[in-house]
Design a protein around this ligand. Structure first.
Ligand SMILES: [Zn+2]
Length: 423
């Protein structure tokens, strides 16, 4: 073995102490801890810390340009880094919309300025249609050349199936994957509460699960007909899972994500008209939560994503119907899912697949599997460092989360990207 630039000693990998040797920003070797020295190489003692690949978030809203009071690229990437994420895909619903290379390049410039020595990797998601208006396809070749890996009209679902079909075909020409926010826009109307007992009691118009699954059905049928990939964003309900499972059995090129909040919280969280729990698609019932957990465990749902949607306090401190949808998720995502590992809902291998290997495969992103030559992108998680979610402990500008006041079971102690320490 050539000599490492530095060594992480005694980190817990699959429950056993390991030493990780890093050189030139890459993994040199991961091997069982031996107690022997590594020459002059600096050593980081990681005793008691859990080693994970740096997480990849394929669905984040960073709000810059245009909505910097909610979040900007520097604060968003800082929240990502402290949450254990080494790569982030940010959505196009900025102002101006990311539907051209100038906006993509500006986002990438801002990421470089925020972390001059190298920070979390940013992969902007281009708009699927010009201005997200759903009328005219965005210039996808230009977006791909500028650094986008995917296109999406997230937040503004495309109801026009003819336009959507052409988007899927056009994206494939440039190696881009379409990410679809599945929602019948007439049936859903962004109301942010599940149709059921709670919506009735609160006197709010509810959003039925079928508003989501109708569009999932369209997308899997289209992916099958065209033989092209479609990635389905933030799946929240049983009916969508069943459609995706059956499509995968037929070999349809469909992938899907869900978010930590759909694995943890139910519609009960909106009781008292709590706008912090207003999210789109809405939080569902425990029956759906159980289905989402099982679907993630079995791989029907390929991956996790935060759908990090930060808003300023004053924007959420309004009547429920007027509040914007969204939960600020980057700070808490890894902790919530590590909590599910602690409870036995997920295994650590499920978590690594859902937060790293599956997203990397679906979108062609770099990932660390700790094989020699892999990028040294890794997180060291301290399971003994519990913390309480509060405006003071979050790094995102958006403190809009129904988890405020909850104790998280551990915290990111270190994050390295390309062998460089970021946290
Ligand atoms: Zn969405």
């Amino acid at each position: 073995m050539s000599s490492p630039d530095f060594v992480i000693k005694n980190a817990l990998w699959r429950g056993e102490a390991h030493d990780l040797c890093v050189a030139d920003g890459k993994v040199l070797e991961l091997r069982p801890a031996s107690g022997e020295g590594y020459g002059d190489a600096p050593v980081v003692d990681a005793s008691g810390l859990v080693l994970l690949p740096a997480l990849i978030d394929v669905h984040t809203h960073l709000r810059e340009p245009g909505f910097e009071w909610k979040e900007d690229i520097a604060t968003g990437l800082s929240a990502a880094a402290h949450g254990g994420f080494g790569s982030v895909m940010c959505m196009a619903n900025t102002d101006p919309v990311n539907d051209n290379a100038a906006v993509t390049e500006r986002m990438l410039d801002r990421a470089r300025e925020a972390f001059p020595g190298g920070g979390p990797r940013l992969f902007p998601v281009g708009a699927l249609s010009v201005g997200l208006a759903g009328h005219e396809l965005a210039p996808m070749g230009e977006l791909a050349a500028a650094g986008c890996r995917a296109v999406s009209n997230d937040g503004m679902p495309v109801a026009n199936s003819e336009l959507f079909r052409h988007a899927v075909e056009y994206a494939a020409d440039f190696g881009l994957t379409v990410i679809d926010h599945c929602e019948d826009p007439h049936m859903a109307l962004g109301v942010g509460v599940n149709e059921g007992a709670i919506s009735s009691r609160l006197g709010l118009k509810g959003q039925p699960t079928v508003a989501e699954s109708l569009q999932v059905a369209r997308d899997v049928l289209l992916a099958e007909y065209l033989g092209l990939p479609i990635h389905i964003a933030h799946v929240s309900c049983r009916e969508s899972v069943e459609l995706i499972a059956r499509a995968k059995e037929r070999g349809v090129r469909v992938t899907a994500e869900t978010c930590p909040h759909y694995l943890l919280l139910t519609e009960d969280a909106v009781e008292g008209y709590d706008t912090a729990a207003k999210v789109n698609p809405p939080l569902r019932t425990m029956d759906h939560v159980q289905v989402m957990r099982e679907a993630l465990r079995t791989g029907v749902i390929d991956m996790l994503a935060t759908d990090h949607a930060p808003h300023a306090a004053h924007e959420k401190e309004v009547p429920f119907t007027q509040a914007p949808n969204g939960i600020s998720g980057l700070d808490t995502a890894l902790c919530v899912t590590m909590g599910l590992v602690d409870e036995g809902v997920l295994s650590l291998d499920d978590l690594v697949r859902a937060w790293a290997t599956a997203p990397a495969k679906a979108f062609g992103l770099p990932v660390c599997a700790f094989a020699p030559g892999d990028p040294a992108d890794f997180t060291l998680y301290d399971p003994s460092a519990s913390w309480v979610v509060s405006p003071q402990t979050m790094h995102s500008k958006g403190r809009n989360t129904p988890l405020l006041g909850r104790t998280m079971p551990g915290r990111t102690a270190f994050l390295y990207v390309n062998g460089k320490r970021v946290v």
